[in-house]
Write a protein that binds this ligand. Sequence first.
Ligand SMILES: CC(C)(COP(=O)(O)OP(=O)(O)OC[C@H]1O[C@@H](n2cnc3c(N)ncnc32)[C@H](O)[C@@H]1OP(=O)(O)O)[C@@H](O)C(=O)NCCC(=O)NCCS
Length: 183
Amino acid sequence: MSAKSERLLTILETPRLRLRRTRLADVPALVALWLDPEVTRHMGGPREESMLTKVFEEAAENPFAEPYDLWPVEEKTTGEVIGDCGLLSKEIEGVNEIELVYVIARSRWGRGYASEIAEALVHHAFEAHGLRRLVSLIEPENAGSERVARKVGMRLERAVLRPGGARRLLYAVEPRLKDGADT
Ligand SMILES: CC(C)(COP(=O)(O)OP(=O)(O)OC[C@H]1O[C@@H](n2cnc3c(N)ncnc32)[C@H](O)[C@@H]1OP(=O)(O)O)[C@@H](O)C(=O)NCCC(=O)NCCS
């Protein structure tokens, strides 16, 4: 792929990671991520393989189709896809919200990657998309996810019930007022 096409697919970069739109070559890594029982433990469990392959292949064929989506996270030093993170449009108890989602491959847990990409995504959501609020829906046992949410400035608002009855913690963040604007 040319440097220009590579640039067009890139959504944002951090010191160690690149978030970009899906390419066909990413599909096996993304499918493996969502088939991992540990990774999906607090996210409804592993998905169905053929469904995953279909969804990711479609995303690669039409990478600009969705304004909000999960996108592959590439580790710059290896070029490997090590996560699937992004922004999803969701209705939560009758309100349309944009959810920040971070999923990192087990082999890369504990390196600060989720915090690094989540912080960049919060900034991107507020600056590039002009959003005024982002939320995360977190299973109450998912301590790691709560920690990441807090690290990027999210605060616990309340517990919510999802369709089907699952209880989730609703974390939210809004852009901070500029210095002096709140006086
Ligand atoms: C949760 C998850 C995203 C964390 O990814 P990560 O790259 O390991 O997170 P980081 O290295 O940025 O860690 C951030 C903080 O969370 C803490 N943390 C990470 N996993 C943790 C866990 N399982 N329990 C408690 N704390 C945890 C880290 O110690 C770190 O805290 P510190 O900054 O005070 O030292 C990762 O485990 C994951 O992908 N899990 C499966 C998918 C998932 O549940 N996503 C969230 C959906 S809501």
